[in-house]
Design a protein around this ligand. Structure first.
Ligand SMILES: Cc1ncc(COP(=O)(O)O)c(C=O)c1O
Length: 497
């Protein structure tokens, strides 16, 4: 009989079951140490509670804290440099170190005054879901390995399918984010329209399209010459007339136009390309229509978003990031395809060691629909948070993003030295203080050094613009006024003005 030894430091631990009938002569491995990579129940609890305390403090005290910081490379690299330690350390001391050295030295993308790029306003419930998914180490690649996880993922994907008004035949997958969603969708488009033969194929999108699209195309084997990046119109949208012309010219030259990428909310200004007209054009020309809604598509859950996104129900594929405007922590992107079969035929392979997975054809294996086999249970956080708060709360929170950007625009218009470069659109407003490009860049640096709020700059039609992206529902009107006050103050005191 072999008995597992009781953990030395866990008086409350029950004796594990003993296994009777195992030969005493069984050889043992001398290096086995039952303490390796394990904590006692008490230690686990203590560490877990401390982690939760840290998180609760983060959420509760965020508003009164700085928006985060960007450390200097030489200082931060020196802080963590060195070989992996051979001997153990007290996890409480390590946590204290994280709290002091790591978390404050990042920007808090969930902070109510983080208006840069696309913020990541997560929520506590979803963070707990991530802890559960990771703690149970749920394998969400196959039905065999994670049947309930796959069932929840299919449920949440079906929610998304429903609010995008896609047909029953649609399907999709959780991926790491918008970049992976664009890559996944474009691979499906390439397979469906070109049978993977990219020769002479051409693809069209506006100069406002996120760079992940171009990068995905490079990964998929398209040369630069096959990409048509068209100048956007005065509202930063893909111009239909120029697009028609480009397609006609390419066809006349013997090329094969196969895909248009539309924006359902650009990163720069929130612009939405004319989806109904693009859908008509694609139907007439037998072209795949992909919409990059990584940023904006989630807003379709509210009335304001639905108005802006008319025609979204007609696209062939869609990227939609719950880690942006659906308030989930990273990494939580999603790709939807109008005909799920396109995704499956583009990705499914059946090697012999997966025979037990593929024997049951009624079961859905998420790994058959994308590039990942081993994958975490991303859908859990969406499912748990929507169940906890109720969908109406999400709808209201998205609506608030629209309203906050409009409020910011009005507030900016009240400031004499401020020019609006792109009015509030899908929770983004772009502007500048004065006319100097260098002043806008300097303002970004000053805001970062100041730490009260953060925003970033971009280039719009050749001029440097500041932009506020207001999707965090925890942002107040006062946050916006005080942020603009600071910008105005810094702009006024700028010696280059
Ligand atoms: C419109 C758009 N597409 C794609 C992406 C890329 O998303 P991710 O950073 O999740 O890969 C972004 C990111 O901001 C985006 O705004």
């Amino acid at each position: 009989m072999w008995e597992r030894p009781l953990r030395r430091d866990s008086p409350g631990t029950k004796a594990p079951p003993t296994f009777v009938g195992v030969s005493q002569k069984r050889p043992t491995i001398p290096t086995v140490n039952p303490d390796r990579l394990e904590l006692s129940e008490d230690e686990m609890r203590q560490l877990g509670y401390r982690v939760v305390d840290l998180l609760v403090r983060h959420f509760a005290e965020m508003r009164e804290s700085p928006v985060g910081a960007k450390g200097k490379p030489e200082e931060l690299l020196a802080l963590f440099a060195g070989p992996p330690p051979e001997s153990p350390a007290d996890p409480n001391e390590l946590l204290a170190r994280l709290a002091k050295e790591v978390f404050p030295n990042n920007l808090h993308v969930d902070h109510p005054r983080f208006f840069a790029f696309v913020p990541g306003p997560g929520n506590f419930v979803s963070s707990m879901a991530d802890a559960l998914a990771s703690g149970f180490n749920v394998f969400n690649g196959t039905w065999l390995g994670g049947s309930a996880a796959a069932a929840i993922e299919l449920t949440v994907i079906d929610w998304f399918r429903g609010f995008c008004a896609f047909p029953e035949s649609a399907g999709g997958l959780f991926v790491s984010g918008g970049s992976a969603a664009n890559l996944t969708a474009l691979h499906a488009a390439r397979a469906a329209k070109l049978s993977d033969d990219v020769r002479n194929a051409t693809i069209y999108f506006s100069d406002q399209t996120h760079y992940s699209v171009e990068r995905a195309l490079r990964v998929l084997g398209f040369a630069r010459e096959q990409i048509r990046k068209l100048a956007s119109d005065d509202r930063y949208r893909l111009p239909i007339a120029a697009l028609r012309e480009a397609i006609a010219k390419d066809k006349a030259a013997g090329l094969r136009p196969f895909c248009i990428v539309a924006n359902a909310g650009t990163t720069n200004t929130g612009a939405v390309d004319p989806l109904p007209e693009l859908a008509d054009l694609c139907a007439a020309e037998n072209i795949w229509l992909h919409a990059d809604g990584a940023y904006g598509a989630a807003s379709v859950i509210c009335e304001r978003g639905r108005e802006k996104l008319q025609g979204l129900d007609r696209v062939d594929s869609l990227s939609l990031d719950p880690h942006k405007w659906l308030f989930q922590p990273f990494e939580c992107g999603c790709v939807l395809v109008r005909e799920a079969a396109h995704l499956k035929s583009a990705f499914q392979l059946m090697p012999e060691y997966m025979r037990d997975v593929h024997r049951h054809t009624a079961e859905t294996n998420p790994a058959d629909y994308g590039v990942q086999l081993s994958r975490g249970f991303r859908a859990l956080k969406v499912w748990l948070s929507i169940n906890t708060f109720g969908f109406a709360a999400f709808r209201d929170a998205v609506t608030r993003g629209f309203e906050l950007a409009e409020f910011a625009e009005k507030e900016l218009r009240r400031r004499p030295n401020c020019e609006i470069l792109s009015p509030a659109e899908m929770a983004i407003v772009a502007f500048r203080f004065g006319k100097e490009d260098a002043v806008q860049t300097k303002l970004v640096e000053q805001m970062l050094a100041d730490g009260f709020a953060f925003l970033t700059s971009t280039t719009l039609k050749g001029v440097t613009a500041l932009r506020l992206c207001t999707i965090n529902p925890r942002t107040t009107e006062e946050d916006i006024v005080q942020t603009i006050d600071r910008l105005e103050k810094f702009a006024r005191s700028d010696p280059w003005k």
